[in-house]
Design a protein around this ligand. Structure first.
Ligand code: ADP
Ligand code: MG
Length: 249
């Protein structure tokens, strides 16, 4: 399998504080990785740094994507390379419909104008898969959306943008059991040998549907344990207590 993402000794700071203290991570195309950890461990920070959010400064270390050093690349350039990040709390955007937003994003990411009717067909099919009411396409982005609708919207964006690396930040939180199943099934359907997933979850709901190839435990800005899917089962059974000491060291 090809190396897609390589992170070497990543240190990240925000608000004058170092939040990640030397993270190493390698993701190959075709793999699904899960990052677990207590609240405030730095999980979202890691994803923001990979996406290139300027609020998170890389103070040391490197990020490579398909062999290219992207450490200093802007968010939009990373998006065009095929990196996608869903947000934990997507904001409302008044005046922009879901359809226009996703079509504009797709145009920006691919550099190709999206023809209206093929795009509408793609969007409609993806929305059907997600059990979304077709009327959402013309609603304003996130305006009055329930938590579940916002989360489904993130998955819809992922499916339409078709990234090589899809990073999903707690996409399972706040969803009812049926919605978790639908969302997880859609993520699992999307995932194949041409792309990779980097999922953050502190629950185990998603992992029941998407067995990860690798699980990383992040505590206190450090990866303190790594393993296969059995590590997620162990965390579910015993919690993070066994790892806290290592993270606080
Ligand atoms: P997690 O996603 O694992 O819950 P985060 O990555 O969101 O944790 O946050 C890790 C720590 O960094 C927390 O203490 C949080 O308050 C802090 N933090 C996150 N983002 C910022 C920021 N932009 N500025 C300052 N501190 C931040
Ligand atoms: Mg977070």
């Amino acid at each position: 399998m090809n190396e897609l993402l390589r992170i070497e000794n990543l240190h990240v700071a925000a608000g004058g504080k170092e939040l990640l203290h030397g993270v190493d991570l390698i993701i190959h195309t075709g793999e699904a990785h899960v990052v677990m950890g207590v609240n405030g461990a730095g999980k979202s920070t890691l994803l923001h740094a990979i996406m290139g959010n300027p609020a998170y400064e890389v103070t040391e270390g490197k990020i490579y994507f398909e062999g290219q050093d992207i450490t200093d690349l802007s968010v939009d350039k990373r998006a065009r390379l095929g990196i996608f990040l869903s947000f934990q709390s997507p904001i409302s955007v008044a005046g922009i419909s879901v359809e226009n937003f996703i079509r504009t994003a797709k145009t920006a990411v691919t550099g190709e104008q999206q023809r209206l009717f093929p795009f509408k067909r793609l969007l409609k099919a993806s929305m059907q898969d997600l059990d979304m009411d077709p009327a959402y396409a013309s609603r304003y982005l996130n305006d009055g959306f329930s938590g579940g609708e916002r989360k489904k919207n993130e998955i819809l964006q992922m499916r339409v943008l078709s990234p090589k690396l899809a990073m999903l930040d707690e996409t399972d939180s706040g969803l009812d059991v049926d919605a978790v199943r639908t969302v997880a099934k859609n993520i699992a359907d999307y995932h194949d040998e041409t792309n990779a997933l980097l999922l953050i979850t502190h629950l185990n709901q998603l992992i029941r549907f998407i067995r990860p190839d690798r699980v990383h435990i992040l505590i206190g800005g450090r990866i303190v344990a790594e393993g296969g899917p059995e590590l997620a089962d162990e965390v579910e059974a015993r919690g993070f207590d066994a790892y806290r000491a290592a993270g606080e060291a």
